[in-house]
Design a protein around this ligand. Sequence first.
Ligand SMILES: C[S@@+](CC[C@H](N)C(=O)[O-])C[C@H]1O[C@@H](n2cnc3c(N)ncnc32)[C@H](O)[C@@H]1O
Length: 166
Amino acid sequence: MSEAIKFFGKGKRILVPGCGFGHDAIALASAGNDVEGWDIAPTALERARILGRGKTVSFHQKNVLNGSHEGNQFDAIFEHTFLCAIGPDHWKQAVEQFANLLRPGGLFFAILFTNLNEDSPPPWGIGTERARELFDPYFEVLEIREPKCSFERRVGEETLWQLRLK
Ligand SMILES: C[S@@+](CC[C@H](N)C(=O)[O-])C[C@H]1O[C@@H](n2cnc3c(N)ncnc32)[C@H](O)[C@@H]1O
């Protein structure tokens, strides 16, 4: 998270797709940003709203894959464990929506499971080549590298992606 905060800076309008209980969204808000968390699960959102009270964060029941969202709404998107939860059939649609929701030049930060050692998804790993295929039409790659820290059981399985909307 500290790497995303450094990448985005402060004062940004940030979307966390598939925000779950909202921990990432709340951390980004606490770092001085105006954040929205979107999720389809009402119970997760209920909890997120309690945890986020008093912070510059709001939580909304929205399907990220729905094609009718207003475009150019956000300066940045933070992705962690959304793509690996929705699975390969929905990746193209999700990346199209990310590109639509960001303003031109908007930033995209992701931790992707590019080297996942699990045979029974979810989570679905996304190989580097496949990820490039999905992102390249819309995004310029600024950096792809190992994250400075990972959960112990995920060490070596994930890479950090910093992209900018073309
Ligand atoms: C693995 S959880 C990740 C939660 C959160 N990012 C975290 O790290 O705690 C994936 C989340 O994506 C949500 N989700 C799945 N499909 C979605 C969709 N189409 N639109 C919005 N949220 C979705 C699920 O409800 C779930 O809360």
